[in-house]
Design a protein around this ligand. Structure first.
Ligand code: CDP
Ligand code: CDP
Length: 225
């Protein structure tokens, strides 16, 4: 059987993980798996059903009856929860504000990780998240840890909001990003941390193309070996 190849991309919010992961996956013909979208989907469902987001057992019960599908098409990834296209909805501030809490529970994470590993069972993947190199795909041939200054990351999110016709305060975006990073780094189970064998890329002053080129060079070199 053809050897499957795994690229794990982790890092804090707005470091550019999903943007570069999608391009790298396309260039290599691999499947892109956005694990953050899975945690966001459960958070959306919890909001919709009025589930107590401080209760890990209730959240796990909810996850057990929730179908989360990542579909890939020419126009990019679409995310479906129980058949409903939630691709835009899961990026709204109410979901973003609660997702770190929802993803902090061990029972929730165990089930998510089971689903994520299953998605990578039969194809080569680029998977992005917080614990991919450390926990979900510990044997990934390429592990990247993307980072950038919090100021730069706030500006990146601001530009994205501007494109949608919105004008949020950069300061508020900066604070929300810093708070989410803190929660993700301080949780007990699979916190956001660089894997020992991950390559760290500081993207603060790099363009998307430069980051993609670096990751592709690393991946191609390892694929050749
Ligand atoms: O794209 P952005 O950085 O805003 O976040 P995301 O990748 O969509 O992830 C949203 C949240 O899900 C993170 O802040 C984490 O709390 C959680 N997450 C996680 O715990 N583990 C992962 N593998 C991916 C996301
Ligand atoms: O997935 P993550 O939260 O890490 O970041 P993202 O959702 O990919 O958002 C990163 C934003 O910064 C996007 O608008 C990118 O166009 C932009 N950007 C980047 O990803 N990488 C750079 N080196 C420069 C800008």
């Amino acid at each position: 059987m053809e050897r499957l190849f795994q690229i794990a991309i982790d890092g804090p919010a707005a470091a550019g993980k999903s943007t570069v992961a999608k391009i790298v996956a396309k260039a290599l013909g691999f499947v892109y798996i956005d694990t953050g979208a899975m945690y966001r989907s459960l958070t959306y469902k919890a909001l919709k059903t009025g589930t107590d987001m401080k209760n890990g057992i209730k959240l796990k019960e909810l996850l057990d009856v929730t179908d989360i599908v990542l579909k890939h098409s020419e126009i990019g990834q679409r995310v479906f929860v129980d058949g409903e296209d939630v691709s835009e909805r899961i990026r709204y501030p109410d979901v973003t504000a609660q997702v770190s809490l929802v993803s902090s529970f061990g029972k929730v994470r165990t089930e998510m990780v089971r689903r994520q590993r299953k998605l990578a069972e039969h194809c080569s993947v680029v998977m992005d998240g917080r614990d991919i190199g450390t926990h979900v795909l510990p044997r990934a041939q390429v592990k990247i840890f993307l980072k950038a200054s919090v100021d730069e990351r706030a500006v990146r999110r601001f530009r994205e909001e501007e494109l949608k016709g919105l004008h949020p305060s950069i300061q508020a975006l900066r604070e929300a990003i810093a708070l989410r990073d803190k929660k993700d780094m301080e949780r007990t189970i699979s916190p956001l941390v660089k894997a020992k064998d991950a390559i760290e890329l500081d993207t603060t002053s790099l363009s998307v193309d430069e980051v993609v080129d670096r990751i592709l060079n690393i991946a191609k070199e390892r694929i050749r070996r």
